[in-house]
Design a protein. Sequence first.
Length: 212
Amino acid sequence: MWQRLCVAACLVFWGGAAQADGLSALDAFLRQVSSAQADFTQVVTAPKREGQSAGRQKTSSGRFEFRRPNQFRFEYLRPFEQSIVADGKTLWVYDVDLNQVTSRAQQDVLGNTPAALIASGSSVAELSRWFVLTSVASADGIDWVQAQPRQRDGSLNQVRLAFRQDQLTTLEIEDGLGQRSVLTFQNWRSNPGMSSERFRFQPPAGAAVLRP
């Protein structure tokens, strides 16, 4: 389940006017959008194995919210319910079917993840301490950025983010084993005025709480 978080990436390379578009869009997003809400669909594609024409795919959907600094909530609704909540100090993962909660110190698990890219940084300059960011050619009004973690631990290869004005439209994640996860966002709302209470998590009564 932690692979879902590796739902990131960044030093800046400037290669001409066209290369500035994606980085400028990312920087504007980080500076202007302090919180957001959206629906999402996630398609995870496993690496193709011998004898397969394509890797197997799994599709899930739900609701995403974030509030800077360091707070976010993924509510997976289909096909299985699961909550991933970061309150600024603790990352909580609640599996509804198992009635099980896992909690970890946020600072120990979110440094190089896509979630940190969206919810933690306030500027490209700040994120460049953790990731290498490169603009990708824009197309059809969409600005793309490729992000690679500075510290390679094998869990994350790269992330690509797509922006249309102040909206994040797509998050593409490739892990160190070749698994590809694509999240597309719909019904995006920037700066809806959420409070920190929205990201408070209380383990349900009777749920097993694990602290690895």
